[in-house]
Design a protein. Structure first.
Length: 225
């Protein structure tokens, strides 16, 4: 195993920070290197400690998590920001994803599942709690129904022959909100193989992350097939 993923925890409640730090002590693939009590502190800590990942609360004084995520994405694009919050509302969810958050996970997520989702984030996946994934998918359906302009889909292009049958299966399951491990279990593939198929999809389309891939699947009509 390589070096642990360096993490900072951002939450205005010290008890939450302490609890998460204590939990992650038992996860050797992660190392909590710092904490912050608001978004402004988070930016300063990122500059000082250069973490790989930030676990970011949403509602905080001084500067909220969404604005902090936007600034971190601009200043430190290599740092992955995962929103970790008690509840989900559409404005915060989609605001955070638009600002560059890699994922959005609820605090009531079981510890085993949280660990798996953070491991997935290290591999480049987009960790989304079940209800969050549902909201993202529903928003995609709504956007498609409204015929909004989508920069990911070229008008008049037939994408059915662009992907292999297996890539098409992976594409649809990503759009359904499944992780690489869940896709692998459903298609009887290893997570590494799923990741290779996803990389091929991104190369063929010029997309950069799972949210864009899922949006593409809906906009290009794959979920209607």
């Amino acid at each position: 195993m390589g070096r642990p993923t360096k993490v900072i925890i951002v939450d205005d409640q010290s008890l939450c920070r302490e609890g998460l730090r204590e939990l992650m002590k038992h996860w050797p693939e992660f190392s909590v290197v710092g904490e912050a009590a608001n978004g402004q502190e988070a930016i300063e800590v990122c500059g000082r400690l250069k973490p790989d990942m930030v676990l970011m609360d949403v509602q905080m004084p001084v500067m909220d998590g969404v604005e902090a995520t936007r600034k971190i994405a601009q200043i430190y694009p290599d740092i992955s920001v995962i929103m970790l919050t008690v509840a989900v509302d559409d404005e915060s969810l989609f605001g955070a994803l638009r600002c560059g958050a890699q994922g959005y996970v609820l605090k009531d997520t079981p510890s085993k599942e949280l660990r798996e989702r953070l491991q997935g984030a290290v591999r480049g996946e987009t960790p989304l709690s079940g209800i969050v994934a549902t909201k993202v998918v529903e928003q995609m359906k709504y956007s498609t129904a409204q015929n909004e302009t989508d920069a990911f889909v070229e008008k008049g292009v037939d994408y059915t022959d662009v992907f292999t049958p297996r890539e098409t299966e992976v594409l649809k399951l990503v759009a359904a909100g499944l992780s690489n491990a869940e896709i692998g279990a459903q298609l009887y593939l290893g997570s590494g193989t799923v990741k290779k198929h996803l990389s091929c999809i991104m190369q063929k389309t010029g997309l950069e992350n799972r949210v864009q891939v899922a949006t593409f699947a809906y906009k290009a009509g794959f979920m209607d097939q």
